[in-house]
Structure formats: C-alpha cells, structure tokens
Write a protein that binds this ligand. Sequence first.
Ligand code: FMN
Length: 225
Amino acid sequence: MSTYSTSSSYSPPSPPSAALSDVLTAAPLSVSVYIVYDSDTGYTEALAHSMAETVREEGERLSQLVPGLSLSLTIATVAEADPDAFISVAEADPEAFISSDLVFLGSPVWNGSPKVSVLEFLARCPFSGRPREFMAVSFATGSAFVGGLEHTLATLDRSLSVFGGVPVGGSFRQALGVGAVTKDGVYSGYVDPVFLRHGASLASRALTLTVQQVLGKAVLAQHTS
Ligand SMILES: Cc1cc2nc3c(=O)[nH]c(=O)nc-3n(C[C@H](O)[C@H](O)[C@H](O)COP(=O)(O)O)c2cc1C
C-alpha cells in the first residue's frame, strides 16, 4: 500500500502578508467585467441589468473592505458615456469578452437550449492562447420551470469552460448559473424579485471570487518577479 504525505518542505521567500501589502499599495487592482446577453422581450436583459448593478455595488463594498485595496472595476458597455448600455450579443467583441476577468453570458431559452445567436457568439470566440482562466456566470430566462432552463445554463457553462472559464455556482437556488421563469403560474409577464435576488447573490459571489483570484495572481507575480 502506498502512503502519501501532504506536508511540503517548500518555504516561501518572504511572508505572504508582506507581498500582499506590497500589491495593495502598488497600483489599483484592475478587474474587468464583460456582460453579454441576448433578449427579445426584455426578460434576460432585466436579469443582466440587475446583476450588473450588484457588481457595481459589490465592487464599491470590496474597495472599502480591504485597507489599501483600490479596485478599478470596468464593466464593458456599448458607450463609455452610458454605463447602463450593456452589450447585446450582436455588438459583443468575443476576444475582449474571454480576455476579461469575469464574464456573464445570458440567453433566453429557445427550444430547450440557448438561443442560436448566443451559440453563434460562442463560436466566434477565439481559441488561440487558451485556456486562460476567468470567472464565468451563466444566466437564462425561460417561460417554464421545466422547459430547458437548467440545460441552457449547463450548455453555456460548458462552452465557457472550453475557453478557460471557471463556472461560478452559488447555493442550491443558483447551483450553476441563474435562471428565471417568465411565463409560468404566478411568475408570468415579469422577472420576479426572487430571481433577481438569486442573480444578485451569484453576481456578488462571482465578483468576490474574481477579486480574490486577481489579488492572488498579483501576489504570486510579486513573489516570482
Ligand atoms: C422561438 C422561441 C422558443 C422558445 N422556447 C422555449 C423553450 O423551449 N422553453 C422555455 O421555457 N421557454 C421558451 N421560450 C420562451 C422564452 O425563453 C422566454 O419568454 C424568455 O423569458 C424570453 O426572454 P427575453 O425576453 O430575454 O427574450 C421560447 C421563446 C421563443 C421566442
């Protein structure tokens, strides 16, 4: 029988706290966020806007939480002058999308799957130099509870992971991605706040994980430079 030891003789050259404070004071930590979606009747767009708002709020909160942390958060928009004009799938730049630190990709459910325009966008994403890791959040809206929402989210997550995306999950309410039902029972004709809350929760978690990852990379770079 083989035995394995989990201990290691490696000792870092200096305490991590020193590297961390160096990183925190060196320059603003920049985190880029790219949100892409398609939406015909506005439901998926509503979810996109709600999650973007959370990302902004959470970005400010994180900046104030860690002493010395200065966070430069960029959310890709159609025009810089209009921070609320998020990028629809037709206008999105695939290269910029998968080069971001955190991406959100949203689609309505069409015939049990993501809408073709969203799959076409993924097909336009370049493979060269991949995989490069980034945090990935999928979101979708569908008229029914069992009409393909979960399958759509899984398809988006699988595709994003092909490019190096790390799908972010949350609790059992948004295990992988956020789904909203838009035409079933009481959840008809609007995106219920309960789904928006699931989106906010996952967006917040995704941004926290992204900041941790970017910070960790910067600390490692400090050690190895
Ligand atoms: C062509 C077409 C196919 C659809 N197929 C499904 C489906 O298979 N399952 C489902 O739950 N909803 C289906 N829907 C409903 C949409 O997914 C739902 O209305 C969604 O919330 C629309 O989002 P949007 O307003 O962002 O376009 C379909 C809608 C269209 C137009």
